[in-house]
Design a protein around this ligand. Structure first.
Ligand SMILES: Nc1nc2c(c(=O)[nH]1)N[C@H]1C(S)=C(S)[C@@H](COP(=O)(O)O)O[C@H]1N2
Ligand SMILES: [Mo]
Length: 318
């Protein structure tokens, strides 16, 4: 995005791909501590494993809110990422994110709520039925993908916490552990990565609390074990590896809009008519395709979300 700098990670920090994949196979064979479809079909609770990568989720109903275009391959989706906690290069997260320990993991919901709570990952996985949601993702950099996520509406979580009358915005805080996340050792962004939405945006049925991808738990590079996905906004709004969701009264400070306020606004709705100061947003390259296609208002979700912004000047509130 803003920062163009060569990754300068020591070679010793990068696990060769064959070792990484061998490790994934080991984890898959070891099973995990949540009731998921196991190789034996028993779906029983097994001992906790150090990580979840590769674990199959139970059969998922496909949401009617899914895009009907062909999804990008699992290889594309897991090897071309933005996740600056693991480096600024597109291939860095896929190569480095295996060091993230996603179990045990907790996600706190707090702030202007009647029932603040710290959820354990197992609880989150069972909070509401997981469904498959195939969403377009449009990065502010000008590329896009179609991704089959698994999750349930973020509103399920927020509703249970009962926001108070003073809750007007929702803040999302990502993990920031320099031990596990080599990128956090460098001041490329203000850590932890933080994002935010207005409460009505967060309650919209398209806003997905995301726990899986391609029928498996989220790969680390895609924000394991839990992230949000907001398909009508530029990708950077969809914060990864969340540890905290905070309901607040005032519009929260967000990582990219504080790094470059003229370039990344709080709303960040996909808008082909409002160019980034340094490049056009009119077109995008779908990863895996040659050439470019037109970018659609609200990334193609205008019918569902445009009403959230009635009466707002979307050039001023970019
Ligand atoms: N914590 C955190 N979340 C993040 C980012 C990041 O660097 N750190 N990058 C964002 C950007 S710019 C994009 S485009 C999407 C990419 O999500 P994906 O790699 O799962 O496709 O994640 C977003 N969420
Ligand atoms: Mo992005």
């Amino acid at each position: 995005m803003l920062i163009r700098q060569k990754p300068d990670i020591a070679a010793s920090e990068i696990t060769p791909r064959h070792l990484f994949e061998g490790r994934r196979d080991f984890i898959r064979a070891a099973g995990v501590g949540i009731a998921l479809a196991s190789a034996t079909g028993a779906g029983i609770l097994l001992r906790p494993a150090p990580a979840l990568a590769g674990t199959k989720l139970p059969a998922l109903r496909r949401s009617p809110l899914s895009a009907t275009e062909a999804a990008n391959s699992q290889a594309d989706i897991t090897s071309y990422n933005n996740f600056y906690e693991f480096g600024t290069g597109k291939e860095d997260p896929g190569q480095n994110a295996h060091t993230l320990r996603t179990r045990p993991w907790t996600l706190a919901i707090e702030g202007e709520v009647k029932h603040a709570k710290v959820y354990d990952l197992d609880e989150l996985l069972k909070l509401a039925p997981l469904e498959e949601r195939i969403y377009r993702l449009r990065c502010v950099e000008g590329w896009s993908m179609v991704i089959p996520w698994a999750g349930y509406p973020l509103s399920e979580l927020i509703r249970r916490a009962e926001p108070t009358g003073r809750a007007h915005f929702v803040e999302f805080i990502s993990a920031a552990d320099p031990e596990q996340m080599p990128g956090v050792r460098r001041p490329v962004l203000e850590w932890p990565y933080a994002e935010g939405l207005r409460l009505d945006e967060a309650m919209h049925p398209l806003a997905l609390l995301t726990l899986g991808l391609y029928g498996e738990v989220l790969p680390n590079q895609n924000g394991a074990p839990v992230r949000v996905t907001l398909p009508w906004k530029y990708g950077f709004k969809s914060a990864k590896s969340l540890v905290k969701i905070r309901l607040v009264e005032r519009q929260p400070r967000t990582t990219w809009s504080s790094a470059a306020p003229r370039e990344y606004g709080f709303y960040s709705n996909v808008n082909p008519q409002v160019d980034h100061p340094r490049w056009s947003q009119a077109r995008e390259r779908r990863i895996g395709e040659l050439g470019k296609r037109a970018t659609l208002p609200f990334n193609g979700y205008a019918d569902q979300v445009a009403a959230l912004y009635t009466g707002m000047d979307l050039r001023a509130n970019f």
